[in-house]
Every structure is written in structure tokens, then in C-alpha cells.
Write a protein that binds this ligand. Structure first.
Ligand SMILES: [Zn+2]
Length: 235
């Protein structure tokens, strides 16, 4: 029958392998997420500028018709001015004509500045589009790296997860809790005794304790200096 410390020793070995794999993947998963976020930001900038440009072009395409309509209205008012019955009506029509002229002037002014505005927007848009493409390229590259790395390890990781689940099912719950708690301080929560020393912190294990460890195999001992679980030699 396997003793508890053997399960812990196996668990420690599996966790060490998993940690190594995670280390190899490094920051890559985080970098992919970061690049995705950046791409969304670049995309919304492009869309915003494109929207302004569309608005401008839309205005220009409609400006001719708008000016013609205003001109027609002005002509009609000008004709009505000859048929007024009193000063009040005359003043009202003059006022209308004045408003129409102001409106036409505003449209013409907007038309005059629209070419410069369009040039500026197109310049900004091409710069933003360039930045979007660059970010897209970085993301694609990082995604490919991640897929390749994860792929080469995926079978191994699946195997380790499966074995770990089996062991976790057989370890005493409070022991497993201890192990996980120690792992938050030391990634190598269970270490071998080597040359009568804890191989985690290299402190000597007292001789009396070494004897106990050899005789009471079902009891768990920890290093009194670093708190790691000690795995007796030969396990
Ligand atoms: Zn120690």
C-alpha cells in the first residue's frame, strides 16, 4: 500500500512539471490579451475618423441641392415683397430673406473649409489604419506562437492534469490543504531530504527526526526552518 508521503511526492513532481510548462509559455497568454485590447482601441479610432469623413462627404454631396432650395425660397420671398399690404409684412419678409442668406453663407463657408478638413481626416485615417494593421500583425504573430507552444505541450498537460486528479483523490484532505497552503509560499512545497538536509532551504534535519521519518512512514514531517513537507530519502 502506498503511504501518504508517496502521494505527496508524486504530486510535487507533477506540479514541478506543470510549473515548468507554464514558465515556458511565460507572459504569452497575457501578451495576446493585451494585443487584442490594443487592436480594439485602434479599431474604434479608425471607425471614429471614418465616421467624420463620411459625414463630411455626405454634407458635400447634399450641399448643392440645399443651396438651390434656399435660392428658390429666396426668389419666392423676393417676389412676395412686391405684393405686401403693409410695412409689417414687408419687414417680416425682409427678415426671412436675411435668414436664408445667413444660412446660405454658412453652407458656403462649410464647403470652403471642407477640402482642408477632408485632407486632414484622410491623413489621420491613413495613420490610424497603419497603426491598426501593425497591431493586427503583432497579435497574429503572438497568437501563432501561443498556439504552437500550447499545442506541443497539450498532450503532456492533459496527462499531468489526469494524474494529478487521481492523486488528489487519494490524498488525505487536510494533508492536501497543507500542501496547497505551503505552495502559496514555496512552489516546491514538498522536497526531498538530501544528505540529512532539507533540499528546499538546505537546513539540517535533526537526527532524532530523521529516525522518526524512517520509522513512521505514514506521518508527515515538515522542515522546521522553511515549513516545506519533507520527503524521506528513498521515497
Ligand atoms: Zn527547509
Amino acid at each position: 500500500m502506498q503511504v501518504q508521503i508517496q502521494f505527496i511526492a508524486q504530486l510535487a513532481e507533477i506540479d514541478e512539471q506543470m510549473d515548468e510548462i507554464h514558465q515556458e509559455l511565460g507572459d504569452l497568454p497575457g501578451e495576446v490579451k493585451e494585443a487584442e485590447k490594443k487592436l480594439r482601441q485602434k479599431n474604434s479610432l479608425v471607425e471614429e475618423t471614418q465616421g467624420l469623413l463620411d459625414e463630411l462627404l455626405d454634407f458635400r454631396s447634399k450641399a448643392g441641392v440645399m443651396l438651390q432650395e434656399l435660392k428658390d425660397r429666396e426668389t419666392r420671398y423676393a417676389q412676395q415683397q412686391f405684393q405686401v399690404r403693409n410695412n409689417r409684412e414687408f419687414d417680416a419678409i425682409t427678415n426671412e430673406i436675411e435668414n436664408i442668406r445667413k444660412e446660405r453663407e454658412a453652407i458656403n463657408e462649410k464647403l470652403r473649409t471642407s477640402t482642408v478638413k477632408e485632407d486632414n481626416l484622410r491623413l489621420i485615417l491613413s495613420q490610424q489604419q497603419k497603426e491598426y494593421d501593425e497591431t493586427r500583425e503583432i497579435l497574429t504573430e503572438k497568437e501563432a506562437q501561443l498556439t504552437e507552444l500550447s499545442g506541443s505541450h497539450s498532450d503532456e498537460v492533459r496527462g499531468l492534469i489526469h494524474r494529478r486528479a487521481e492523486i488528489v483523490g487519494t490524498v488525505r484532505p487536510n494533508l492536501l490543504e497543507d500542501y496547497e497552503r505551503i505552495r502559496t509560499f514555496h512552489t516546491d512545497a514538498a522536497v526531498k531530504v538530501r544528505r540529512n538536509c532539507c533540499s528546499g532551504c538546505f537546513s539540517a534535519v535533526p537526527p532524532q527526526r530523521l529516525v522518526e521519518m524512517r520509522t513512521k512512514l505514514d506521518q508527515i514531517f515538515t522542515c522546521e526552518h522553511c515549513g516545506r513537507i519533507l520527503i524521506p530519502e528513498g521515497i
